[in-house]
Structure formats: structure tokens, C-alpha cells
Design a protein around this ligand. Structure first.
Ligand SMILES: [Zn+2]
Length: 310
């Protein structure tokens, strides 16, 4: 999905001492503990707080929503580190890698790390990536390195948000998946465009601080999970359950007008027009349910982090 930063920001309790604490920025010294692999162009992991951080396609939908100030005296508040770096895994570190002979089925190494399909076999490793960065956060904490403990935890939050995104749990409903062998190219394109539509629709709404979406995120309570494993498994199961309804509504909107010509750009202009012309009440409502599921997990994890740190 898009809009990870807004989603995370609205899950944070900005009044807490823990998240307002100013934290000293430290260099990356974890290569030996976390060999990745990561895309070489991104693997220095320097700090970029206070700078534009989104890739071009996301920047196109972005609207400023918080004070992304530059660090002062080498320090930045914990909430800002969590907000910005909860987007970090989408900036290229997982791109163009060879991770598994099966990654082609999902499209790319980035999909392999950010999604997980369970169809006879398990494809993708988004759950593993969450657990990995949660462990890295604990390692940094054991070294008293609060900046990296938070930055790794923020990356874990990114993967947790992906776990709760319906299109990251399955390429589509069973009838759509069963068409793949017969209509390989066109079906693949169709399925990926539904996925892209919903990812970008959520980002478009969140960045514009669309009230029902922001309310869904900020008002939901942390769910009562029985530990982190229960949290990821339950969040994923719920997201998978929402998929048929999301798919039905996305199809209805994407195929409006000329059903033979499938749009795939989903630009800012596309969504401006969509919300002006179409009735989006149902997709808005279904998306709020998706966001509530994710936010209730992120809040549980944030509370877990706060307890761990203090
Ligand atoms: Zn992602």
C-alpha cells in the first residue's frame, strides 16, 4: 500500500514522553548482523530525516502532512524516526535482488519481501521480514542505540502494514487466480492493476487526510493479541478475509466506462476525477475496515515497543 507514513503517524501517541524524546542519530553499523542482501544503491542507510523521502511515483500522490524538520544538533524526535522510516522498505532496498527461484511468480524481489501468498506452498516472506526487523530492533537496543532500535522497529511496522493489506495476502480471489493459466499475460496485468489501484487509492486518501480514513486509524484501539506471532497471523487472516469485497469494489470502479481498455496509471489526476465523478462510498467504507485492522496491530506493536524500551 501507499501512505505508510500517514498511517503510522496517526497510530502514534504524540503526547507520550517516549515518542517525543529527542534521539541522537547514529551511523549504520549493522552490516555484519544483517547481510540482507539489499540493493547496493541503497545499502549505506544514511539518515534522511528532513529531506524528501518518497520515490517519484509516490511523491506524485503525496501531500505534506507533518513537520519533517531537519535534525537539530544531530537529534530528532522518536515519532519522526518512526513515521519516516516506516516507509523505508519501499525506497529500493528490496528491489532487483535474487532472493528465491520462486520470486518470479510474485513479480519481483520487492513483492517477495512485501507480500505473502499461501497457496499449497508459501510464497513471499513479509512475515519473516517483520520478525527480522523486530529482532534487529532488539539488537540495537541491547547496544543502547536508540536511533537504530527505532529505525529497525519502523521498518518492522512497514512490513506489518503490508501484512494487513488484502492484496499482499493473495493475488486475488480464487476465480481470478484460476484464470491465470489460461489468460496468462492479460490476467496477470488485470490482477496487478486491481492491486495497484487499491494501494494507490489508500495512499491518495490518507495523504489528503480524508476524515473517515484518518478517524478509522486514530480512533481504533490496539487489538488484544497474544504476542507478536498471534498479531501477525491474525492481522493477515483478517486482511485475506476482506479481499473478495475489496476486489469486487475495485473491479466495479476500474472497469467503469470502457471495460476493454484497462487503466494502469492511477495517477493523481485519475483519482481526482474518480472521486469527483464516481460513488466511492462502498470502497471508502471497505478501506476503512482494512485500515482499522492494520492500525489495531500497529498500535499493539507500538505499545509493545514502548514497554520494551522503558
Ligand atoms: Zn511495502
Amino acid at each position: 500500500m501507499d501512505g505508510h507514513d500517514v498511517l503510522t503517524y496517526n497510530c502514534l501517541n504524540l503526547n507520550s514522553d517516549f515518542f517525543s524524546e529527542e534521539v541522537t542519530i547514529t551511523p549504520y553499523t549493522y552490516r555484519a548482523f544483517d547481510p540482507g542482501p539489499y540493493n547496493e544503491s541503497m545499502s549505506a542507510f544514511e539518515d534522511y530525516l528532513g529531506k524528501p523521502y518518497l520515490s517519484d511515483s509516490e511523491r506524485e500522490l503525496y501531500v505534506d502532512f507533518f513537520n519533517n524538520r531537519s535534525p537539530i544538533d544531530g537529534k530528532a524526535p522518536a515519532w519522526q524516526i518512526i513515521t519516516v522510516y516506516s516507509y523505508e522498505p519501499d525506497f529500493g532496498m528490496d528491489r532487483e535482488l535474487i532472493l528465491s527461484p520462486m520470486q518470479r511468480i510474485m513479480g519481483s524481489s520487492a513483492s517477495w519481501r512485501h507480500e505473502e501468498y499461501r497457496m499449497l506452498f508459501r510464497f513471499g516472506e513479509v512475515t519473516k521480514r517483520f520478525l527480522h526487523f523486530d529482532r534487529m530492533s532488539q539488537l540495537a537496543m541491547s547496544k543502547n542505540d536508540k536511533y537504530w532500535a527505532l529505525r529497525f522497529a519502523a521498518r518492522a511496522i512497514h512490513y506489518l502494514e503490508d501484512i494487513g493489506t488484502p492484496y499482499h495476502t493473495s493475488p486475488g480471489t480464487l476465480p481470478e487466480i484460476l484464470k491465470i493459466p489460461f489468460l496468462y499475460r492479460s490476467q496477470f496485468k488485470k490482477i496487478s492493476s486491481y492491486h495497484k489501484f487499491h494501494d494507490r487509492f489508500i495512499g491518495y486518501r490518507l495523504w489528503r487526510e480524508y476524515t473517515p480514513f484518518i478517524r478509522a486509524v486514530s480512533e481504533v484501539n490496539a487489538s488484544d493479541f497474544d504476542g507478536l506471532i498471534d498479531m501477525v497471523e491474525t492481522t493477515r487472516k483478517r486482511a485475506l478475509r476482506f479481499l473478495p469485497e475489496i476486489e469486487r469494489l475495485v473491479k466495479g470502479l476500474v472497469h467503469k466506462g470502457s471495460s476493454s481498455h484497462l487503466r494502469t496509471d492511477f495517477s493523481r489526476g485519475y483519482f481526482d476525477e474518480l472521486i469527483a465523478v464516481e460513488d466511492t462510498r462502498q470502497i471508502d467504507k471497505a478501506s476503512c475496515i482494512v485500515l482499522k485492522n492494520i492500525a489495531s496491530a500497529v498500535k499493539y506493536y507500538l505499545e509493545h515497543l514502548e514497554r520494551r524500551f522503558t
